[in-house]
Design a protein around this ligand. Structure first.
Ligand SMILES: Cc1cc2nc3c(=O)[nH]c(=O)nc-3n(C[C@H](O)[C@H](O)[C@H](O)COP(=O)(O)OP(=O)(O)OC[C@H]3O[C@@H](n4cnc5c(N)ncnc54)[C@H](O)[C@@H]3O)c2cc1C
Length: 405
């Protein structure tokens, strides 16, 4: 590791939430001096074009791994306070719960007793239905007659949320404001001498030309694409679909893990159907509702995030499932049907955060389903690895990449 008095050419590979938070904290590190230190982030497609722009955005004190969660949860709150995250990226605290509910067939009529309408108006009958089932009274956008059980998992203080696309793109801009450079191009090689990194070669997105830039430090944060650059790293990709719906009427702030019983006559046009569906449903402060379904490994990871294949049928399934338990969502406008790839750590646990066996080469990848929650903590720790030679803000020996490959 070169002493901090030396010139440093720091290159980050990947403009997802992990790469952008790393750029942000590198440019805020006490040792960072723009006159001597250059931070360049290279992104193949677009900032937040992958999972970091299409995730749910839930933050939880009970997420994992525990050695990074508390730090990252706190940093999310601090970032929101410092940069007006409430307005810039929809930061807010939320309730979170598990919901067991009966789904209705697609052809089944809406609640004929007008309960969904009256619920919005907080009618006595509707409220008492929720109360007797121990359902929070403001969770009034799920049809009460379909509810079987609700279990609170956490509330404000323990659970919060951000809009992942808005958060990641804002953090990228904040890093640029303090001196980071963002380049659009696909990294093809990290060039090393026997003992350390020397430069990075990439194909410029606009010109198509091959460019090589000098590097004293290279931080790989390429999410599910990590092993296309470093084949020895055990990270694989799993596709997941999601939708964004603008409901007919505003909904209360809940992140819901659902268990929806799917009736035999759910969709007469489809012979096979699951008996239970478990979409996660997140109300957002921008008046939309995000819902995602289960993952699949049917279509391999494409070269670029812009080439991800969206299976419209899978999106429709999620829309039908959430519409089957909520008239408000059924009557809403579908704003997005999308898919992205989750970075899974095949050796178990994860993420892999820290030094590698090569001098100047660092890894921050494999954040599974908690990359939004754990990104600020990861970024801060990466800035410490680069400038201090070790993690200082948390004890993360168990995430050491060198134990995994
Ligand atoms: C459906 C779904 C819901 C989720 N919900 C949540 C949630 O509620 N809370 C939570 O904490 N987490 C959630 N996650 C997980 C979270 O989205 C991921 O862990 C996180 O986005 C990973 O970030 P990343 O920066 O590592 O990867 P990515 O977002 O995939 O970014 C990697 C970037 O690297 C770029 N790249 C790849 N190869 C190259 C190359 N050769 N050269 C240059 N650039 C390259 C890509 O273009 C991409 O932009 C969810 C994930 C999914 C799929």
């Amino acid at each position: 590791m070169s002493p901090t008095g030396d010139r440093r050419e720091i290159v980050i590979v990947g403009g997802g939430i992990i790469g952008c938070c790393s750029a942000y904290y590198l440019t805020r590190h006490p040792s960072f001096d723009p006159a001597r230190h250059k931070v360049t982030l290279i992104e193949a497609s677009e900032i937040a074009g992958g999972a970091s722009g299409k995730a749910g955005g839930m933050l939880a004190q009970w997420a994992y791994p525990s050695n990074i969660v508390a730090l990252s949860y706190r940093l999310h709150a601090e970032l929101a306070k410092e940069h007006d995250g409430i307005n810039r990226w929809g930061y807010r605290e939320v309730n979170c719960g598990q919901l067991v509910v009966r789904g209705r067939a697609l052809t089944e009529k809406k609640a004929e007793d007008g309960s969904s309408e009256s619920l919005q108006k907080r009618s006595t009958a509707a409220l008492s239905k929720l109360k007797s089932a121990k359902i929070p009274q403001d969770l009034d956008w799920i049809e009460p007659e379909l509810l079987r059980a609700y279990e609170s998992m956490s509330g404000p203080g323990e659970t919060a949320q951000v809009h992942p696309y808005q958060f990641t793109t804002s953090i990228a801009k904040l890093a640029e404001e303090k001196g980071a450079t963002i380049v659009l191009g696909q990294v093809t090689d990290i060039n090393r001498s026997k003992s350390s990194v020397e430069s990075v070669t990439y194909t410029d997105k606009k010109s198509g030309e091959t460019q090589t830039i000098a590097a004293t430090d290279v931080l790989v944060a390429a999410g599910p694409w990590t092993n296309t650059i470093l084949p020895e790293v055990p990270i694989s990709a799993m596709r997941a679909h999601s939708v964004v719906i603008e409901p007919k009427k505003p909904v209360s702030a809940y992140c819901l893990f659902t268990n929806i019983e799917i009736p035999a006559n759910f969709n007469p046009e489809k012979k096979s159907r699951p008996t239970v569906a478990a979409p996660e449903i997140y109300a957002r402060p921008d008046r939309t509702v995000y819902a995602c379904g289960e993952g699949d490994r049917i279509v391999p990871l494409p070269k670029l995030s812009s080439e991800v294949e969206v299976d419209q049928e899978r999106c429709q399934e999620i829309i039908d499932q959430v519409g089957s338990i909520s008239d408000n969502l059924r009557d809403g406008e579908v704003r997005a049907r999308q898919a992205c790839y989750l970075p899974n750590c095949d050796s178990g646990g994860g993420p892999l955060v820290g030094l590698t066996g090569v001098k100047g080469l660092y890894l921050a990848a494999g954040h599974t389903c908690w990359g939004i929650q754990n990104a600020p903590g990861t970024g801060k720790l990466m800035s410490e690895f680069v400038f201090d030679g070790q993690a200082k803000s948390a004890k993360i020996a168990s995430l050491d990449p060198r134990d995994h490959f």
